[in-house]
Write a protein of this length. Structure first.
Length: 136
């Protein structure tokens, strides 16, 4: 049920030989994301439970989920980009059906992130699910 954008990331990860290359690729994905307007980086969009500063602002268009996100840490910006690829364009009613943990496990992220980063990633996923549920 993954989006094509996520499948493209998974395919790229399959070609990268080691975790350091994958880590750099995640950072590059974050760098390629458009920056979030600082005016949107407010307490209402902040994701609690992350060691870094993280903001997620939902956008619902034609019943499909999308969001803007940003972080003060480059690897976390990259993780936001991966989550954006996983969830962007998905019908709002289907966001909670995506098994994000399984999808991220395909990339090996579950094995290579620190416990703090893993907790932050779970907090971002939970926030995305909550935002989509609120929009449904």
């Amino acid at each position: 049920m993954a989006t094509q954008a996520f499948e493209d990331i998974a395919e790229t990860f399959d070609f990268l030989d080691d975790w350091e290359e994958r880590y750099r690729h995640v950072i590059e994905l974050g760098r390629a994301m458009p920056p979030m307007d600082p005016a949107l980086q407010v307490p209402a969009t902040k994701v609690e439970g992350c060691a870094s500063q993280v903001w997620i602002m939902p956008r619902i268009e034609n019943g499909r989920f999308d969001f803007q996100g940003d972080s003060d840490a480059m690897i976390v910006r990259g993780l936001i980009a991966v989550l954006h690829a996983l969830y962007s364009g998905v019908p709002v009613a289907e966001v909670d059906r995506i098994d994000a943990q399984a999808a991220l496990a395909r990339l090996g992220l579950d094995e290579h992130l620190s416990s703090q980063r893993s907790n932050g990633l779970r907090a971002m996923i939970q926030r995305i699910r909550q935002l989509s549920a609120d929009a449904a």
